[in-house]
Every structure is written in C-alpha cells, then in structure tokens.
Design a protein around this ligand. Structure first.
Ligand code: 3BY
Ligand code: FES
Ligand code: FE
Length: 423
C-alpha cells in the first residue's frame, strides 16, 4: 500500500528545505507553494541572473519601450535616441511613483505622471519643476539596469555585478543566432499566457518532451518526440520510425549548415555555471521547414533572405527563464516571469522578416497555430502539476533518463539557492 508522505514543512527555512532534497527527484512541495521560497527565487535567481525580457523588434525606433515586472521590480526597456537598447528601473526618483504605466509604447522623454519629473531615454533627469536652488538634477536620474542585446534578443541583469559567465555564453551562441538576422524582423504576434503554476513547474515542463507525444499533437507533427533521449537505447520501439526519420533529416541538415557556414554542433552547459544554456540546431519532421501542421513554411518571406526554407530549428535554452526557436521563416521566443508562487506569465513572441506582409506572405493564424495550441496544452499540464504538488499526498518522484534536462534545471536552481545562503 502506498502511504501518504508526511506533509513537508511549510518552511521558511531554506537551508532545511535544500537539505531535504533528494537528487534525481522532483522538488519538494514548498519550492512550488511557499511565499518565502518565491521571494527567495526572485532575489537569488531573478535579481541575479541575466533575464531575457524582449526582442529588439519590439523597440525598433528611438523612444520605443516595453515595461515588465520581475517580482517586485518594474523594468523599462527602451531604445535610446542613439539607437542603443537600455534598461531602467521604473521608479521615479522623486517620490517613487511608477513612471511608465503602459506595457509598451513610444516616448520622446520619459515623464512621470505624478509631478511631471521628466527624464530622457538614458534616464537622465531633464526637468523637475519648482525645486529649491540647491537641487542637483544630476543626482536624480532613473536607476540603470544592465542590458545586453544578443543578436536582437534583449537580456537584462538587475544585479550590480552581473554573472561573468554570460559573456562566454554570448560568444558561443552568437554565431548560431546572427545568421537569422533578428535585427531585420518585426513582431507578427505576441501572446501573454498566465499559467496557474509556479515558474519552476513551467520551466521543468519546457525542459522535457516526455509529455510531447500525448500532450502536443500539433507540435509533434514537426517536433520529433524523441527529443531528450541521450541514450538511444531508451527510445521506445513505437518511436523508432520517427527516430530513423530524424537521423536522415539530421544528416541533410548538417550538410545544409556546413554549405552555408552555419554552426551546427550542440553545446550543452545546463548546470555548473550561472549563465547555463543549451543550443542546438535540429531537424523538423514533415516538410522540415517550420512549425506548421505539415511542416511547410508559415512565411514565404524567409528571415535573412535565406536561400532555403529547410533549416530546421535552432533552439536555445537559457537558465533560468527562457527558450527560443529560430527557423528559416520565423523565430519564436519565450520568457517566463513569476507573478506569485502559483502564477506565472509566459510571453511568446513570433518574429517574421520585417518586409513580410500579413495576408500576403504569411497568415497569422497559421504562423501562431502550433505554439498557441502547445502553450495552452502546457498551461493545463502546469496547472495540474501545481494542484498535485499542493496536496498533502504529494511526494517528489524520480526523473526518467529523458528528463535529464529537467534534472539539469533543478540542479542549476538548487545551486543558485545554495549560493544565496552562503552569501
Ligand atoms: O520548447 C522546447 O524547446 C521544449 C523542448 C521539448 C519540449 N519543448 C518543446
Ligand atoms: Fe514622479 Fe513625483 S513621484 S514626479
Ligand atoms: Fe510541452
């Protein structure tokens, strides 16, 4: 008979919780349910690591901005008049009001709505009315946040001293990203989904494809469900024909990349460093071109004026909160932002060539169909997982070999939390 495990203490004692964890198993319930752990996640993970926040395509012109919340932080990502992407704390230096209240828009200067303190897009205070003669505006610029565009993907870091190994990641992934010329793209669609689960459940769900075969009928038209099996002997017999197709397409794709001087080798650095990542180009099933039901391109106007639509998907996973798929005809980016212990924002952005015309080169419903469905399905898995881990009967179970990247994510997360305790 299965016994119900003792309810893990709803502890604020992170050290005790970390000590309880068993390697190779899912996390204990409070990691997903406790407000204290949530707050610790924001300070130890989201306020320390480089976080993917937006694509440059969302802020193409000087003055264009997006705002987003990372825990209790509110961040402005803005293109300056000099064309540079910057990030600023969205906290007025007068009496602290939120300065920009829209999720996105365009400004000449950044004006606080409360008493009209006016900043330029660098954050410099230009005007504050009725001040005493001793007032020095130079002391009251909006606080800066580290920002960095990696081939058109904008990352920010809230820490004063960002993790140094991000630079190494940037060097290694840039050659994979630049061929897609994301700077020459526009946003075709963006979807915000609020999932009723902890952000780590969202990430864990993304780091495996164990659930794809049954859970994502649209995605597996093109995404090989054998993803995640590093030990090929473990592939179930029913998936062997798909695996054989994978191997054939992989050989063809490798040749196509070599002919175009595009890097192909997989790089996997999923734990043991702060800017942990995985990058890989892999074939797509069906026509092999895009995330559509039959695998044919969703946009006729290819990114970067590629001479072939058959470039599979170049997939980048970055800890803690993002993943990206760059294809020949479009790119799709995902960022995961924690809202509450049991609520998480998943933002999906579809990019197409800047000259692609909706209704002529691409049909929006076709372009977004597969990931729209896949996200909705993942949202249901995550909400069921959150409900399950909230039960007193929940006991963390073991990861299967093809969930090794979930284990990698969890190991990485526990490293960050352990590090935070020793600071
Ligand atoms: O988006 C991804 O990269 C992951 C990989 C497998 C499941 N999910 C689709
Ligand atoms: Fe922003 Fe007063 S709080 S101008
Ligand atoms: Fe999924």
């Amino acid at each position: 008979m299965t016994t119900i495990a003792e309810t893990p203490a709803a502890t604020s004692d992170l050290a005790g919780l970390l000590a309880q964890h068993r390697d190779g198993c899912a996390l204990e319930a409070p990691f997903y349910t406790s407000r204290d752990v949530f707050d610790a996640d924001i300070s130890a993970v989201f306020a320390r690591c480089w976080i993917f926040v937006a694509t440059e395509a969302e802020i193409r012109e000087p003055g264009d901005f997006v705002t987003l919340d990372i825990g209790r932080y509110s961040v402005i990502v803005v293109r300056g008049d000099d064309g540079q992407v910057r990030a600023l704390h969205n906290v007025c230096r007068h009496r602290g009001s939120r300065v920009l209240t829209d999720a996105s828009g365009s400004v000449g200067n950044i004006v606080c709505g409360y008493h009209q303190w006016t900043y330029d897009t660098d954050g410099k205070l230009l005007h504050a009315g009725s001040q005493a003669p001793s007032f020095d505006p130079n002391c009251f610029g909006l606080k800066r946040i580290h920002a960095r565009s990696v081939g058109g993907l904008v990352f920010v870091c809230l820490a004063e001293e960002p993790p140094e190994d991000f630079e190494d990641m940037v060097q290694r992934v840039t050659p994979y990203i630049t061929p897609h010329q994301l700077e020459r793209t526009k946003v075709a669609a963006q979807e915000d989904l609020i999932e009723t689960g902890n952000w780590k459940l969202v990430m864990e769900n993304n780091r495996e494809c164990y659930h794809c075969e049954n859970g994502h009928p649209e995605l597996v038209c093109t995404f090989f469900p054998t993803w995640g099996y590093s030990d090929l002997d473990q592939i179930p017999e029913r998936l062997l024909p798909a695996h054989a197709r994978y191997l054939r397409s992989q050989a063809e794709l490798e040749r196509a990349c070599r002919e175009r001087d595009m890097p192909y080798a997989e790089i996997e650095e999923i734990s043991g460093r702060v800017s942990a990542f995985r990058i890989q180009r892999e074939p797509l099933d069906g026509a092999g071109e895009s995330y559509t039901r039959d695998g044919s391109s969703a946009s006729r106007k290819l990114l970067a004026d590629f001479d072939t639509p058959r470039l599979g998907r170049m997939s980048l996973h970055h800890q803690p909160n993002s993943w990206f798929h760059l294809l020949a005809d479009h790119a799709v980016t995902f960022t995961v932002l924690p809202l509450a212990p049991d609520r998480t924002l998943v933002r999906t952005t579809w990019l197409v060539h800047e000259d692609a015309v909706e209704g002529v080169d691409y049909d929006l419903a076709t372009l977004t169909d597969v990931w729209h469905q896949t996200n909705a399905q993942d949202g249901i898995f995550v909400s069921r997982a959150q409900a399950g881990v909230s039960s007193p009967a929940y006991e963390p179970g073991p990861y299967a070999p093809n969930e090794y990247q979930v284990a990698g994510f969890v190991t990485w997360y526990l490293e960050r939390m352990t590090e935070a305790l020793t600071r």
